[in-house]
Each structure stands twice: as structure tokens, then as C-alpha cells.
Design a protein around this ligand. Structure first.
Ligand code: PAF
Length: 277
């Protein structure tokens, strides 16, 4: 695996891969990698594909008072994991390379980015859409892989790719979970032992609610129960919402639905989501 920090070198390496007739797949990350990221690389790996994984802790997607300065940074361990997973190129731009002096552009996707995390974290999805657009232009992949754990992010990126006619296949990869069901997240390391044990209430509450909704139980009642279960476990709930799986708006009859939640355990904000079958 080649580690690249300058755009010119990235473009040259990708041109070489294209010259060999390879497709290019991108796995964008902010590092602090775990099995969820490795599942994205595994999905991206196909014969004749050059897999590029980016590691960039994007300051533009962190709000004031969020965890930018303490966000885990583990470059050497990340590079080892990517190499072992069969990644071909690791793209590690610096902040100056990504946002040089005078940088003045924001990519903003309305609608799908506005509720849920968009409401709780103003500007977050503008930061995501801006950096992902830049990564897409830097790497020019045929396909890009994102985890379904960040379900709203995936919906925002799908909308953006459609709206901007980007010729990139966006592939969502199912959430990877610990044995007890907690969704893998780079932020789980913020949880102390007691919090980590209590955090399992999040996937449990969502799982029970998803089952009840699939059986046709009253939506308001089911959501209130999930909310109460999370509070009882020590979570401060941000939202538990049932939405249309594509628009993330109000679910309509016959459309696929998704249950999403965000809740704070101590200092750590966790998100999770589940499909309604
Ligand atoms: O999901 C993430 O890790 C980030 O939001 C992404 C897509 C790499 C953009 O910074």
C-alpha cells in the first residue's frame, strides 16, 4: 500500500491504476479505524479495482464545542489496518492541502440534511458534503463506500450525487456491531466501562421498536417506549424518529422506513438506526 499526502502524487498514482485498466473505489474515513471501516474496504475490493482509502479529520464537519481537538488520531495503526485489509492507496491530505488559504466554497444539500442530526449539529452536513465533494474530485472514483451507521450522511451523499450528476456509484454497507449489538464507532472509545455497558440499551431499544413497528404497532407509542427505555438506561435522548428511508421525511404508506436515534451517554453522543422490515 502506498501512503500519499500530496494531491499531485495521488493523481499520478490513480492515473497509473487507470492506465492498468483498473476501476477506482473510494472509502472515505476520518481514521481511528475499526472493523466497520475494514468492512467498507472489503466491499470495495474487487478484482481489477484500485481501492483508495482517505483519512482526513475534517474540521468543517465539527461544530463549536464538538470533539474536533480530541477526536482520536491513530495514523500508524490505521495505515497498518488498511494495508492488511488490502487497500492500495492511503490518501492522507493535510488541512492545508484540503482547505488552502482563501478556501471559500460550501456544498450544501437542503431537505434531507435538515432534520435529525442536521438540526442538532448545525453545519455538520455542509461540512460533510463539502469534503466528500472534494474527495470525489480528488480521487474521481467509480464507486464510493459509506457505512449505513451514518444513515443520514449516506442519504445526503446520495442526494448530492444525484443532484450534481456525479458519475459515482454510492454504496451503503450495513452497520458492523460488537457482540452485544452496539454499533462500531470511532467515538465508542470515549465511553468508560460503565457507560459502555449501558450503551447497549441503544441497539436494544431500537431493535425492539423496529420489531414492534414491523408488526404495525402504534408509531407514537413505540417511539415513546424506546425513548423511555433509553432514558431509563441513562441516555439523554436527542431524537428517536421513524422516517422515509430515502428522503428522511415523514414516512408515507408503502414506502421503505427507517428508525433513527441519537442519544448522549455521558459526554459521548451515539447514533444508530435500523430498517423496518
Ligand atoms: O463518515 C465519516 O467518517 C466522515 O463523515 C466522512 C464521510 C469521511 C467525511 O469526512
Amino acid at each position: 500500500m502506498e501512503t500519499i499526502r500530496q494531491l499531485a502524487a495521488l493523481r499520478a498514482a490513480i492515473a497509473e491504476a487507470r492506465g492498468r485498466g483498473e476501476r477506482v473505489a473510494l472509502v472515505p474515513t476520518m481514521g481511528a479505524l475499526h472493523a466497520g471501516h475494514i468492512a467498507l474496504v472489503a466491499e470495495a475490493r474487487r478484482p481489477g479495482t484500485c481501492v483508495v482509502a482517505s483519512i482526513f479529520v475534517n474540521p468543517k464537519q465539527f461544530g463549536a464545542g464538538e470533539d474536533l481537538s480530541r477526536y482520536p488520531r491513530k495514523e500508524q495503526a490505521d495505515l497498518k489496518m488498511l494495508a492488511e485489509a488490502g487497500c492500495d492507496l492511503a490518501w492522507l491530505p493535510g488541512v492545508d492541502e484540503m482547505y488552502p488559504e482563501g478556501f471559500a466554497t460550501i456544498v450544501s444539500v437542503s431537505g434531507v440534511s435538515e432534520g435529525l442530526d442536521g438540526a442538532s449539529r448545525p453545519g455538520h452536513f455542509d461540512g460533510v458534503a463539502t469534503v466528500v465533494t472534494k474527495l470525489f474530485n480528488q480521487v474521481r472514483p467509480d464507486a464510493a463506500f459509506f457505512g449505513e451507521k451514518d444513515f443520514q450522511q449516506l442519504a445526503v451523499i446520495r442526494r448530492m450525487v444525484l443532484d450534481l450528476n456525479l458519475d459515482i456509484e454510492v454504496i451503503g454497507v450495513p452497520t458492523q456491531r460488537d457482540d452485544d449489538g452496539l454499533a462500531l464507532s470511532s467515538r465508542n472509545i470515549y465511553l468508560d466501562e460503565g457507560e459502555r455497558q449501558k450503551a447497549v440499551a441503544l441497539p436494544r431499544a431500537l431493535g425492539l421498536a423496529a420489531q414492534a413497528l414491523a408488526k404495525g404497532e402504534d408509531v407514537d407509542h413505540v417511539l415513546a417506549q424506546a425513548h423511555a427505555a433509553l432514558n431509563a438506561a441513562g441516555f439523554e435522548v436527542d431524537y428517536v424518529s421513524l422516517v422515509d428511508a430515502e428522503t428522511l421525511g415523514t414516512p408515507a404508506e408503502g414506502r421503505p422506513r427507517r428508525l433513527l436515534a441519537a442519544a448522549r451517554m455521558g459526554q459521548t453522543r451515539l447514533i444508530d438506526n435500523m430498517p423496518i422490515h
